[in-house]
Design a binder for this molecule. Structure first.
Ligand SMILES: Cc1cc2nc3c(=O)[nH]c(=O)nc-3n(C[C@H](O)[C@H](O)[C@H](O)COP(=O)(O)OP(=O)(O)OC[C@H]3O[C@@H](n4cnc5c(N)ncnc54)[C@H](O)[C@@H]3O)c2cc1C
Length: 361
């Protein structure tokens, strides 16, 4: 009989869950099928809510020492800037977005766990799970069987936990591929702030990472040929094609098995909510386990997750450029220049992850 909670995932969601549980005096077992952590930058935006949740663990301080603070976002047409959105001016200890490679965030979370004598078991895959009135039974790739008191399945978009338990992942996917790269740039763009260029057929987004390294992502053909005047693309450090989907698991938690992070919800990168929402899932999961009320996870997380996925899908239509409204905005750019400052009070808490209560202490 294994009473220890089991966390399946050493990505940002699972690492945070193990840390939050430990902070509440509950050591968890954390496994990951991958032998090594990912080295890719992936999610770059650490929002105010995440910084607030991780503050007491010391990870926020470590993240702030490594990352770069951004307080603004810029919207452009190819030939002119339309608006600068100010993320500050909000009553919060962290009124900004921190730009930090996901690989670095994961490293800092792993170190914080190690300081608390919790080590990720790597190369250990969950191969089977059953859950019901008689409890949870898990089989690992090593052949070991466990009966954990509670399981957090945060094992990514293709989650084995979700699929094995027969939970659906309804939603939709965009047909078009998006291009992503991390590249060295020589540029006149402000390196302390992201820049979104609304092109006729889509968008080209520039996100500063560190020094001359920038993330570029786009849904137009031959995206790098659309680099703005004053920007020269140098060495490409990493590139990838990916698709955007908007999906939420049809059951987030039942029989003491909860889903979190990309296993529970996926959406486009617009707004940088993905990793941050997973870390928030982890916080709520840990609080509910500690208070012995994990059954509340579904009711607490579903409205938040569904609202975020819905608003991200809506916001993605502007850069994507497929809807009538997003085409009109491109034809009448003065409209966005006029509207953006007036919408700052909505955009700001949304981007910083402060647009809702999380419902636990
Ligand atoms: C190319 C790319 C770019 C991205 N860019 C952004 C971005 O700009 N902004 C943003 O917010 N988000 C971005 N994301 C999404 C972000 O990376 C995810 O939201 C985040 O990684 C989710 O973390 P997670 O811990 O929930 O899951 P994951 O990071 O997917 O981790 C899942 C882990 O589970 C492990 N696992 C899987 N199955 C099993 C099993 N059966 N047993 C044991 N372990 C298992 C895997 O090895 C993996 O380590 C990007 C993702 C990709 C792939």
């Amino acid at each position: 009989m294994t009473e220890t909670p089991l966390i399946v995932d050493a990505g940002p969601t699972g690492l945070s869950a193990a840390l939050f549980l430990r902070e509440r005096g509950i050591p968890a077992r954390i496994i990951d099928a991958a032998l090594e952590p990912s080295v890719h930058s992936k999610a770059l935006g650490v929002n105010a809510r995440t910084l607030e949740l991780l503050e007491s663990t010391g990870v926020t301080e470590a993240m702030l020492a490594q990352g770069q603070i951004t307080r603004t976002m810029n919207l452009w047409r190819p030939d002119r800037k339309l608006a600068t959105i100010n993320l500050g001016g909000i009553d919060h200890p962290y009124p900004f977005m921190l730009i930090l490679s996901q690989a670095e965030s994961e490293r800092l979370l792993t170190e914080a766990l190690a300081e608390r004598n919790i080590t990720v078991e790597r190369g250990v895959e969950l191969t089977d799970i059953n859950a019901g009135d008689s409890g949870i039974a898990v089989t690992l790739s090593s052949g070991e069987t466990l009966t954990p008191s509670v399981v957090l399945g945060a094992d990514g978009a293709h989650s084995t936990v979700r699929k094995t338990l027969g939970r659906g992942f309804p939603g939709s996917s965009y047909p078009e591929p998006w291009y992503l790269c991390d590249a060295r740039l020589t540029t006149t763009l402000d390196p302390t702030s992201p820049h979104a260029f609304l092109l006729d057929e889509g968008a080209l987004l520039f996100f500063p990472i560190k020094g001359d390294l920038w993330r570029i992502f786009s849904n137009v053909a031959d995206p790098l040929s659309h680099a703005p005047a004053g920007t020269t693309i140098g060495t490409i450090e990493w590139e990838s094609d990916f698709g955007f989907s908007h999906r939420v698991a049809d059951t987030l938690c039942a029989d003491n098995v909860c889903l979190a992070g990309d296993a529970a919800h996926i959406h486009s990168a617009v707004g940088a909510r993905g990793m941050n929402l997973g870390i928030e899932d982890a916080y709520v999961f840990a609080a509910l386990v500690a208070e012995n009320r994990i059954a509340d996870y579904e009711a607490l997380r579903r409205p938040v997750i569904e609202s975020v996925v819905k608003t991200v899908a809506r916001a993605t239509e502007l850069p994507r450029g497929h809807t009538m409204m997003s085409k009109i905005v491109r034809r009448v750019p003065s409209a966005i220049a006029w509207l953006a400052p007036k919408a700052e009070h909505i955009i700001r808490p949304w981007v910083l992850g402060l647009d809702h209560e999380i419902g636990v202490d």
